[in-house]
Design a protein around this ligand. Sequence first.
Ligand SMILES: Cc1cc2nc3c(=O)[nH]c(=O)nc-3n(C[C@H](O)[C@H](O)[C@H](O)COP(=O)(O)OP(=O)(O)OC[C@H]3O[C@@H](n4cnc5c(N)ncnc54)[C@H](O)[C@@H]3O)c2cc1C
Ligand code: FES
Length: 272
Amino acid sequence: MPLQTVGTVIKNKRIQSLYYLLEIYCPSIANQIKPGQFMMLKVSDDRSPLLRRPFSVYKSYPGNHPDKGKRGRLFILYKTVGKGTQKMTTFRKGQKVDLIAPLGNGFRLPPLPSFTSVILLGGGVGIASLYPLAEMVDNRKLSIFVGGKTQNDILCVTDFKKMNSTIFIATEDGSLGFKGTVIDLFLSQLNKFKRNETTYLYSCGPVGMLRALTERVKFKQFICQASLEARMGCGFGACWGCVVKTNHPQTPYQRVCKDGPVFHLKDIVWEL
Ligand SMILES: Cc1cc2nc3c(=O)[nH]c(=O)nc-3n(C[C@H](O)[C@H](O)[C@H](O)COP(=O)(O)OP(=O)(O)OC[C@H]3O[C@@H](n4cnc5c(N)ncnc54)[C@H](O)[C@@H]3O)c2cc1C
Ligand code: FES
């Protein structure tokens, strides 16, 4: 059940280039939020910008976490792109932040057999929303594809390296790893995934990336879930400002905030 609550900023620091890591103490949300769900964060106490901004949770530690020092903490990995995210860079230790969460449906986890392969494929800051999934599926066959325009856009790799996973990196300018898009890299590695085994593929990133994935991946081999991004007015289903077209016969237009943000990629009808 979403709740509006107030968290306290523990830390807010620039990690690289345009990317910041915001750490908030907010046990009520840390106890509830699941991989792929998001929060609406009030970025300003005045009216500019007026609307809350949606953010995924990169890491969260519930009240029963073994490391007592981490309990109740949430991390948001964000990229500064406009007024709201610029304002967030001014958040200081001890400052109160108003949050509504948990919102959205979240990722559906793969069924349990330990042979199930799991692929995470993220572009830019989209990889942050996949990190909680990686923590949950760590004991399975996990392959992680991380992409960005340049090496400055490659995120979370240090954390992924601590897991039992195979990591693939692509940059469009070739400054790190494979030169090309993360989709090109993924397609070049397809032979690594057994054709007779269902592979769960989870993705998050820019629309262009998700669209390319839809067009170029055979859905028979992969069950693809994607977390979509959309401009959001309310974040909880009231304004219909975030709709995406799907191939559901009864309800073709679905709200990214309420019916998503996670959808099966095969259900999305890209309109751009
Ligand atoms: C479910 C969800 C989870 C998200 N999680 C994260 C996250 O973990 N980290 C992160 O950095 N960002 C995340 N975003 C995107 C983030 O919400 C936007 O970057 C932010 O709202 C921009 O606010 P702004 O005021 O700085 O930019 P604005 O001034 O509002 O816009 C600046 C530029 O960014 C583009 N933009 C703004 N919002 C979006 C959006 N939602 N999708 C695509 N383009 C947008 C605009 O078109 C414009 O070009 C998420 C979005 C959604 C819907
Ligand atoms: S943002 Fe209002 S319905 Fe989705």
